[in-house]
Design a protein around this ligand. Structure first.
Ligand code: HEC
Length: 157
C-alpha cells in the first residue's frame, strides 16, 4: 500500500504533461483556478472568444517560442504589469501553467486569431478622416476666401 502511494506520487511529479482540454476549461473559466485567479478569457481571446483588454493569445505559444518561454512568463506573479494586480495574491499553480501551455500549443496549431478587426476599424476611421478633410476643404472654401478678402480689404486703409 505504501509503495503504491509512492508510485502514484512520483508518477504524478515526473510524468505530468499538460492537458490541453483542462487548459481550455481553465482559460475560459469552466474550471476555477486553485488560488482564485481571474479566468484568462476576462481579458484575452483565443479563437475569437473572450475579452479584448489584453492581446489575442491564439498564437502566443509560437510568439514565445514554445512552452518553456510561455511557462516562464506565467509563473510567479506573471511578467505582465496589467496582470500583476490580479495574480499577485492568486498565482497560478505549476499544474495550471502546464495545462494552459498545452492548450495554447494546440490553439497555435488549429486556432484563428481575431487581430484583423482592429486593423479594419483603423482603416475605416482613417478613410472617414480623409473624407472629412477633403469634404471640409470643399465645403469651407468659399467662407475662408471671403474672410481673407475682408482681411485684405480692411488692411488697405
Ligand atoms: C485583468 C486582465 C487580464 C487577465 C485576467 C489576464 N490577462 Fe494576460 N494580459 C493582460 C494584458 C493587458 C496584457 C498585455 C501586457 C500588459 O499590459 O501587461 C496581458 C499579456 C499576457 C500575455 C503576453 C501576451 C503577448 O502577446 O505578449 C500572456 C501570455 C498572458 N497575458 C496570459 C494570460 C493567461 C494565461 C491568463 C489567465 C491565467 C491571463 N493572461 C489573464 C491582461 C490580463
Amino acid at each position: 500500500m505504501k509503495y503504491l502511494l509512492v508510485f502514484f506520487l512520483t508518477g504524478s511529479i515526473f510524468s505530468f504533461a499538460g492537458d490541453p482540454l483542462i487548459g481550455k476549461k481553465l482559460f475560459y473559466g469552466y474550471f476555477p483556478f486553485k488560488n482564485g485567479g481571474l479566468q484568462c478569457m476576462a481579458c484575452h481571446q483565443v479563437n475569437g472568444k473572450g475579452g479584448t483588454l489584453g492581446p489575442d493569445l491564439t498564437k502566443v505559444y509560437t510568439r514565445y517560442g514554445g512552452s518553456e518561454g510561455l511557462k516562464a512568463v506565467l509563473s510567479g506573479e506573471t511578467a505582465f504589469p496589467s496582470m500583476k494586480p490580479v495574480f499577485r495574491n492568486s498565482p497560478l499553480t505549476k499544474e495550471e501553467i502546464e495545462n494552459l501551455s498545452a492548450f495554447f500549443e494546440e490553439a497555435a496549431k488549429t486556432g484563428k486569431e481575431t487581430g484583423k478587426l482592429p486593423g479594419a476599424k483603423f482603416f475605416f476611421a482613417l478613410g472617414g478622416f480623409i473624407v472629412f478633410l477633403v469634404g471640409g476643404q470643399v465645403f469651407w472654401r468659399g467662407r475662408l476666401k471671403s474672410v481673407r478678402k475682408r482681411l485684405v480689404e480692411s488692411s488697405r486703409y
